[in-house]
Ligand binder design. Sequence first.
Ligand SMILES: [Zn+2]
Ligand SMILES: [Zn+2]
Length: 261
Amino acid sequence: MERIEYMINGSSYSLTADLHTHTVFSHGTGTIEENVLAARSKGIAKIGITDHGPGHVGYGVRRWNFAKMRTEIERLSALYTDMEILFGVEANIVNASGTLDIRPDEFAKFDYVIAGYHYGAIGGNPLANAIAATKNLAQNKSGVATKRQIRLNTRNIVKALEKNDIKILTHPGDKAPVDLLEIAVVCAQTETLVELNTNHMSMTAADVRTMALAPVKFIISSDAHSPGRVGDFVRAVNLAYDAGLDMSRIVNLKVTGPETG
Ligand SMILES: [Zn+2]
Ligand SMILES: [Zn+2]
């Protein structure tokens, strides 16, 4: 397997794992096998399949597909023995009590659970969710968020982190304005990885610096919705570089060239 390398300021970087990818089981365009082969062709030996949680009205994975997906991952793992293929899910943070659309008794079906905020997820009070989503949409577009909205969004995510074993917090601050430092502090406590998402790119270098004030670790994800984007990591390296982030805090980045400092 030959890894794709990216060089910046005398150091070269490659990705060792992509743990956030979507398939046709939610609204991706590729099959699980196509995502696996895409990662393999780029020298990335570890891939996670993380379709959207079942609470999303538009494109959530159907619960009856969980077993089918697991079976397919087992088949592919036997076929491509040089690959580590993991079964995850991108759960939706659905309400103020920190509930996810993956129930506690369902966690065992997955190798890991990642979670983020998305519009259009149901659970808890549908009217409250709809109002919150509408406000977030409007405030995100205008760039002006009220303190109250930031506090509500932050509280929902903090509760979800505290109540559930979430491996990765996906695209923090995307779609809903939040207090990034407060969230980073909780991620450090719960050992949740903070995502540098090359699909959304919602964080600025200043945002990354803010989150890095807490002792968190970061992970780069493609959040690919098509096989061609699996393993896409360059923009996240640039972002981390611009932020002055210590690259050793990114758990799936390998430094393959000399450090020049
Ligand atoms: Zn997402
Ligand atoms: Zn995603």
